[in-house]
Design a protein around this ligand. Structure first.
Ligand SMILES: [Zn+2]
Length: 171
């Protein structure tokens, strides 16, 4: 199983941005390194969500932000390793739109957020047109991986969705 590690500092940044943006969707890029299927995030950046009409449930990354993030990553000796975005009041599972817009080889981190804060952080990666979940681990700094790695493949995607059977697509 592929995995992604998120340092505490990046996680704190993400939660702050996502909570501040609620109830709108926020999005951005992940800077880090990848080796042997393991992605190590070093920094997160926020990007503008160009989709203003449906900013509560869609995101469209500003290409200009992508270009400047790519330059910053290179300058820091890092790569863009993926995208993150929030799902206000919805589970941290990719929608059909997310899948259709995703690129191979990138990690797609989704944060489920409610007005009480971030409920869940999960990461997905496209494989033959399907999203496969990758485990998310946290580390404080250096290489100390938290032994309580979150392995969430068996949790299912729609548990906890608002209204129980709400299988709305396109979040
Ligand atoms: Zn989404």
């Amino acid at each position: 199983m592929r995995s992604l590690s998120l340092p505490n500092s990046a996680r704190v940044d993400l939660e702050r941005i996502v909570r501040a943006g609620y109830p709108l969707e926020t999005c951005g890029l992940l800077m880090g390194r990848e080796s042997n299927g393991h992605v190590k995030v070093e920094r997160v950046l926020q990007a503008r969500n160009l989709n203003r009409e449906r900013a509560h449930d869609r995101y469209e990354l500003d290409p200009q932000d992508f270009i400047s993030a790519d330059e910053r990553a290179r300058a820091a000796g890092l790569d863009i390793v993926g995208v993150w975005h929030s799902h206000p009041d919805h589970p941290a599972c990719p929608s059909e739109t997310d899948r259709a817009c995703a690129w191979e080889d990138w990690s797609y981190v989704i944060l489920s957020v409610t007005r009480d804060g971030v409920r869940d952080v999960r990461s997905w990666r496209l494989s033959r047109d399907q999203f496969v979940e990758e485990s998310v681990s946290r580390y404080v700094h250096g290489n100390s991986t938290n032994p309580h790695t979150t392995t969430s493949v068996h949790r299912g995607c729609w548990r906890g969705a608002r209204g129980g059977g709400d299988r709305r697509r396109g979040a």
